[in-house]
Design a protein around this ligand. Structure first.
Ligand SMILES: NC(=O)c1ccc[n+]([C@@H]2O[C@H](COP(=O)([O-])OP(=O)(O)OC[C@H]3O[C@@H](n4cnc5c(N)ncnc54)[C@H](O)[C@@H]3O)[C@@H](O)[C@H]2O)c1
Length: 278
C-alpha cells in the first residue's frame, strides 16, 4: 500500500523546479495531484510525467495572486478528485533589491506571491477543513480514525536568516513562518498539521549560473535571476554538504511533512540547506 493512497494533494508552482519534483513524489506515493503553475505548458508537462508513471493528476493553470484563485484551486481538488488533504504553498520567484532600490510595486509583488497567496489559500481551505472535521468527529463515535491533513509552506533561508539585497523576498518568506505557526495552533484541533520547509541553495532556474543576461519571465515581466559561478562556488564552500540541493532533495524534505510518519509534528520549520544555516 502506498503511503498517500486515497489522498488529494494540491501544489502551487508545480510546473518546474522543486514543485514539479514534489508533485511527482506525491503521485508516486499514491496521491492524486492538482498541479498549479502560472504557466500552463510546464503544468501540463508535470501532469503528463505523473500520468506516464501511472499516477493521477490534473493541471490547474493560474496566478496564485489573482483574487478568487484560492477558492477555484480548492474547488478543483474537491470537485476533480473528491478532496483537498495536502496543500503545499510553493509558487514563487525572486525580484531582488536592497532597501534603497526596492519600489512599492516590487515589495508588494513579493508579499503577494509568497505570503498573501498562502493566506488566501488557507482562508479558502478553512470551510472545507471545518466541515470534514465535523463529519469525521461524528464518524469517530462509531470508531473511525480521524484523517490527518497537511499544509506545507515553502520558506527560505532568506526568511530564517535574512539575505543580502533580498529585503522584500526575505520579509515575505519570514512572514510565512508566522502564518505557519498560527495556522498550526488554529487547525491543530481539526487534525491538520502545518509546517514549513526553508530551502537553502536549490539548483533550479532561479539559481542557475549566469551566462550573459539571465532572466525569467513571470506574468509578462522579466526578472534577473541566477548566481555568478564565483558566488555559487562560495556558497558550496560554506555548505557542510559542499553542494547545492537538487529539486528532488528539496521535494524530499517537503514530502516528509506530507506523509503519515509526520502526523504528530506541527508548527515546525526545517531548513533543507545542506547544513548551511545550522
Ligand atoms: N531555488 C532556490 O534556491 C530556493 C531557495 C529558497 C526558497 N525557494 C523557494 O522555492 C519555491 C520554488 O522555487 P524553485 O526554485 O523551484 O523555482 P522555479 O522557478 O523552478 O519554480 C517555481 C514555479 O512557480 C511558478 N510561479 C511563479 N509565480 C507564480 C504565480 N504567481 N502563480 C503560480 N505559479 C507561479 C513558476 O512559473 C515556476 O514554475 C519558491 O517559493 C522559491 O521562493 C527556492
Amino acid at each position: 500500500m502506498k503511503r498517500l493512497e486515497g489522498k488529494v494533494a494540491l501544489v502551487t508552482g508545480a510546473g518546474r523546479g522543486a514543485g514539479a519534483a514534489l508533485a511527482l513524489k506525491l503521485a508516486a506515493e499514491g496521491a492524486a495531484v492538482v498541479v498549479n503553475d502560472l504557466d500552463a505548458a510546464p503544468a501540463e508537462e508535470t501532469v503528463a510525467a505523473i500520468a506516464a508513471g501511472g499516477g493521477r493528476a490534473l493541471a490547474f493553470a493560474g496566478d496564485v495572486t489573482r483574487p478568487g484563485f484560492a477558492e477555484d484551486f480548492i474547488a478543483t481538488g474537491v470537485n476533480g478528485f473528491g478532496g483537498a488533504d495536502i496543500l503545499v504553498n510553493n509558487a514563487g520567484y525572486i525580484w531582488n533589491a536592497g532597501v534603497g532600490a526596492t519600489t512599492d510595486e516590487q515589495w508588494d509583488a513579493m508579499q503577494d506571491v509568497h505570503l498573501k497567496a498562502a493566506f488566501r489559500i488557507a482562508r479558502a481551505w478553512n470551510p472545507w477543513l471545518v466541515e470534514r472535521a465535523r463529519a469525521e468527529a461524528a464518524d469517530q463515535q462509531e470508531g473511525a480514525r480521524r484523517q490527518a491533513r497537511k499544509m506545507v509552506n515553502i520558506s527560505s533561508v532568506s526568511g530564517t536568516h535574512g539575505a543580502w539585497k533580498q529585503i522584500g523576498y526575505s520579509a515575505a518568506k519570514a512572514g510565512l513562518i508566522g502564518l505557519t505557526k498560527s495556522l498550526a495552533r488554529e487547525w491543530g484541533p481539526l487534525g491538520v498539521t502545518v509546517n514549513a520547509v526553508a530551502f537553502g541553495l536549490i539548483e533550479t532556474r532561479l539559481t542557475q549560473v549566469i551566462t550573459g543576461e539571465t532572466s525569467i519571465e513571470v506574468g509578462g515581466r522579466r526578472h534577473r535571476v541566477g548566481l555568478t559561478r564565483e558566488i555559487r562556488d562560495n556558497l558550496y564552500a560554506q555548505t557542510p554538504l559542499r553542494r547545492g540541493g537538487t529539486p528532488e532533495d528539496a521535494a524530499g524534505a517537503v514530502l516528509l511533512f506530507c506523509l503519515p510518519e509526520s502526523d504528530y509534528i506541527t508548527g515546525q520549520i526545517i531548513e533543507a540547506d545542506g547544513g548551511v544555516g545550522m
